[in-house]
Design a protein around this ligand. Structure first.
Ligand code: IDP
Ligand code: MG
Length: 192
């Protein structure tokens, strides 16, 4: 009786945890308290997701079709490296309607989505993974506001972009998205 009560109490105290919580599984299956410390450690490391709480110091960028067509690849890469970013991966390529649609799927509900997809697949682009301390924030500062008319003096969009839709460069907005976007273009053996 006593052991049943203890088990019941333990179950309710961990009932908010998922079924793969090792202690709960042990109680249910063995009707005894067996603490597997290694699986508990694994469980909590998984829950905390240590990787996603740490900055990767990486961002992802594209030089968009307008800046490529206007001959700004070299100047933009120069600005990027002069600002202290290291190039980890680099590719000159072209998106299709389909791949541009996938890349910008997060904007699918926005009114400019269709135009954005057709613009981004209208000509070649340069894709790159960049590394620097505080990469996401520093790169967003380097490229300037989405609308070049509002971009600060000296920023890439202020210097090379003509309009909000043809705004010269892309820059990731978070560590998580930088990772997803980099993986969209680059395999592991294309990064150095
Ligand atoms: P960001 O590139 O500065 O992160 P987002 O809001 O993520 O800006 O938008 C993605 C892209 O969609 C922009 O870079 C721009 O090319 C395009 N875009 C954003 N807002 C507008 C708009 O109001 N009209 C047309 N295109 C837009
Ligand atoms: Mg964005």
């Amino acid at each position: 009786m006593e052991i049943n009560r203890i088990i019941q109490n333990k179950k309710s105290s961990v009932s908010h945890l998922e079924p793969d919580y090792p202690l709960l599984t042990s109680i249910r299956d063995r009707k005894t308290m067996f603490i597997d410390y290694s699986s508990i450690k694994t469980y909590f490391c998984k829950k905390i997701d240590i990787k996603s709480t740490m900055s990767t110091n990486r961002t992802f960028t594209m030089i968009k079709p307008d800046a490529v067509a206007n001959g700004h690849i070299g100047s933009i890469i120069n600005d990027i490296t002069n600002a202290g970013f290291k190039i980890i991966a680099l590719k000159y390529t072209k998106l299709t309607d389909e791949t541009a649609g996938q890349f910008y799927a997060v904007h699918a509900e926005r009114p400019f989505y269709k135009d954005l997809v057709s613009f981004m697949s209208s000509g070649p682009i340069v894709a790159a993974i960049l590394e620097k301390d505080n990469a996401i924030e520093d790169f967003r500062k380097l490229i300037g506001a989405t609308n070049p008319a509002e971009a600060a003096e000296g920023t890439i969009r202020q210097k090379y972009a003509k309009s909000i839709d043809a705004n010269a460069v892309h820059g990731s907005d978070s560590d998580e998205n930088a990772e997803i976007e980099g993986n969209f273009f680059f395999k592991a053996d294309e990064r150095f």
